[in-house]
Ligand binder design. Structure first.
Ligand SMILES: Nc1ncnc2c1ncn2[C@@H]1O[C@H](COP(=O)(O)OP(=O)(O)O)[C@@H](O)[C@H]1O
Ligand SMILES: [Mg+2]
Length: 338
């Protein structure tokens, strides 16, 4: 690695005035061309970290650099080198979608013809054609999100930071968006992708870090993070309506309850007894069905953070802010340690 263009956070710590230690000695690096996922439950400290990268917040201690540039010492330079899609919606109410995208590219210094070509390419790739000349005020949250993505990537800096880019976006266009995220990496841009959706991120990232309580608790490629779970299987049980979760068998290593879906992780050699246990629960009317499968990145994530990431509801209730990450808390045998 030549180190040129490498994005690097070294021991970044942020303590807010109210005493909350939102980042605690976080170190990571992202190479040009790499898509790097920053995963973690609500309140983990992800947004705090990216706000320091683009100079919106000053670290309490630690260094943030891009190549030879010190982004903390030079916040204006940071904003020029980085493109940032904030977690909150971009305010484009009085602009038409294509107009807003083109304007952003021009403000960043792109030539008119190139910016217009790229704007049209993004509108096509994200399937936004029907809203091209509609004003922001009339757009749904998900469409605004996609327009925001196009605005920050029409003329991208060397580091593109996307904070929860798929919020409120419908499943079909989410897929289109992930393709464009991958495309950014292929174009030699470093991408820092913040999300709490592990399953989606797994397909888009080269490497990822899991942040919990302000600390980086794991880092690696998706397959390396899963390797930790080699030798284990996921046994899922759909609990019958109106019935409580059945007592966990002694061989369950850990479990999470999301709605009626009880997810347990068991050792491979316990597969047969696991199936017997699940079938007995069905025979007793306590459960409706079960599935036995390989563990996923999601299982590794649950073990690291104790939070299930996937229940944010692709159908979206449109609040754009809160997440269902803790909807399984309070009652129910979630997070039983084996
Ligand atoms: N401006 C602020 N002042 C004080 N505490 C804050 C502020 N912003 C965020 N926090 C707290 O810092 C922690 C991390 O928040 P945040 O970085 O937004 O997490 P994430 O993006 O992972 O959900 C949370 O406990 C949050 O309540
Ligand atoms: Mg956040």
């Amino acid at each position: 690695m030549d180190g040129d263009g490498l994005f690097r956070a070294d021991g970044v710590t942020k303590v807010y005035p109210n005493g909350v230690r939102a980042n605690d000695a976080i170190s990571l690096h992202v190479a040009l061309g790499e898509v790097y996922g920053l995963l973690g439950p609500n309140g983990a400290g992800k947004t705090t970290l990216v706000k320091q990268v683009i100079g919106l917040l000053k670290p309490t201690s630690g260094r943030i650099t891009l190549g030879a540039r010190d982004l903390v010492a030079d916040p204006a330079g940071a904003r020029q080198l980085c493109s940032y899609l904030p977690q909150a919606q971009v305010p484009i109410d009085s602009f038409r979608a294509r107009e807003a995208i083109v304007l952003c590219g021009r403000v960043r210094g792109g030539g008119r013809a190139e910016v217009e070509r790229r704007a049209d390419e993004l509108i096509e790739a994200l399937d936004l054609g029907q809203w091209r000349d509609k004003r922001g005020i009339g757009l749904s949250g998900g469409v605004k999100r996609l327009v925001g993505f196009a605005m920050v990537t029409v003329c991208p800096g060397r580091l593109v930071i996307l904070d929860e880019p798929t919020n409120d976006v419908d499943p079909l266009r989410r897929r289109l968006l992930w393709e464009q995220v991958r495309r950014l990496g292929d174009r030699g841009v470093a991408v820092l992708l913040v999300t709490h959706n592990v399953l989606e991120a797994e397909k888009a990232v080269d490497r990822l870090a899991v942040i919990d309580n302000g600390r980086l608790v794991a880092e690696g490629t998706p397959s390396a993070m899963k390797a930790h779970d080699r030798g284990y299987l996921r046994l899922q049980l759909m609990i019958a309506p109106g019935r409580g979760a059945p007592a966990l068998p002694p061989f369950a290593h850990r479990s999470t309850l999301v709605g009626r879906n009880l997810m347990t992780v068991i050792a491979r050699q316990d597969a047969a007894v696991g199936i017997s246990w699940a079938e007995a629960a069905i025979a007793a009317g306590a459960a409706e069905e079960y599935a036995l499968s390989a563990t996923s990145l999601e299982d590794a994530y649950i073990e690291l953070t104790g939070v299930n990431s996937s229940d944010d509801g692709a159908d979206g209730d449109g609040d754009g802010g809160g997440y269902g990450g803790s909807s399984s808390d309070g009652g129910g045998p979630d997070d039983l340690e084996g």
